[in-house]
Design a protein around this ligand. Structure first.
Ligand SMILES: [Zn+2]
Length: 244
């Protein structure tokens, strides 16, 4: 069910699902009732014992390969965005950050955790495909976290297609690498490619964010969904939540 799961700070956990958790996306032609059942099951497994109101389910978003970052206070209709940030609310009774989810199948799922001045967690997720790397959705997410006082930010990069597999036309490689040089790559069969995780890593390190790689190549691992392997594939998720 989980590719990787860890308590990354006391009371803050990060996970990436695998095909064992099933498809978690509503937009890929799967039966929506089945998708919602899988999401509920995932929430039950991970969030029982989670702190605070509204913490009983993950917030998903309607991802459009843009660079909009939404602040999320409580669970609601999925925003059209490619990144979300949530902080503990200290106005009135303390409310824990809203658990967040990002869906991918080859794009880079990024989960970020920082601390605010009250030493509460500031959590975030971002969806970084090729357009998102070019439009700097991950740096925008870091800026949004810092605008809410986050310091000591760490990022976890989950599974995505790797730089030895993600073949693209030569001109596209040139265009993307002109924006983010670390993406320039070559496939294992010696054709032009892009290394999206390397690009995201370079963007994060330029902002002094510590990066931990929790991934592997989606195309090369049957236990992960890959759009390049099958265009009718499902989506797995990167998840972050707080708990006691
Ligand atoms: Zn690969």
């Amino acid at each position: 069910m989980f590719w990787w799961r860890n308590e990354v700070r006391p009371g803050v956990s990060v996970a990436f699902t695998d095909t064992g958790a099933g498809n978690l996306a509503l937009h890929v032609g799967d039966n929506p009732v089945d998708v919602m059942e899988r999401r509920v099951h995932l929430s039950r497994v991970l969030l029982s014992g989670a702190a605070g109101l509204g913490a009983e389910q993950f917030q998903y978003m309607d991802q459009v390969h843009g660079n909009t970052v939404e602040f999320i206070q409580a669970h609601g209709p999925g925003p059209t965005a490619d990144a979300m940030v949530s902080v503990a609310s200290s106005a009135g009774p303390r409310v824990a950050p809203q658990p967040l989810a990002v869906m991918v199948a080859d794009c880079v799922p990024v989960v970020l955790v920082g601390n605010d001045t009250n030493n509460d967690a500031v959590i975030a997720v971002a969806h970084a495909g090729r357009p998102g790397v070019v439009s700097a959705v991950v740096p925008a997410t870091v800026e949004a976290m810092r605008s809410r006082g986050a310091v000591d930010i760490h990022a976890w990069l989950g599974p995505s297609i790797c730089g030895s597999c993600y073949e693209v036309p030569e001109q596209l490689r040139a265009d993307v690498a002109a924006q983010v040089p670390a993406t320039w790559s070559t496939t294992s069969w010696e054709t032009p490619a892009l290394d999206l995780p390397a690009g995201v890593r370079s963007q994060l390190e330029a902002l002094d964010v510590t990066v931990e790689y929790s991934g592997e190549c989606t195309l090369e691992n049957d236990s992960l969904f890959s759009y390049r392997r099958n265009s009718r594939t499902g989506r797995f998720a990167g998840l972050v939540w707080t708990h006691d």
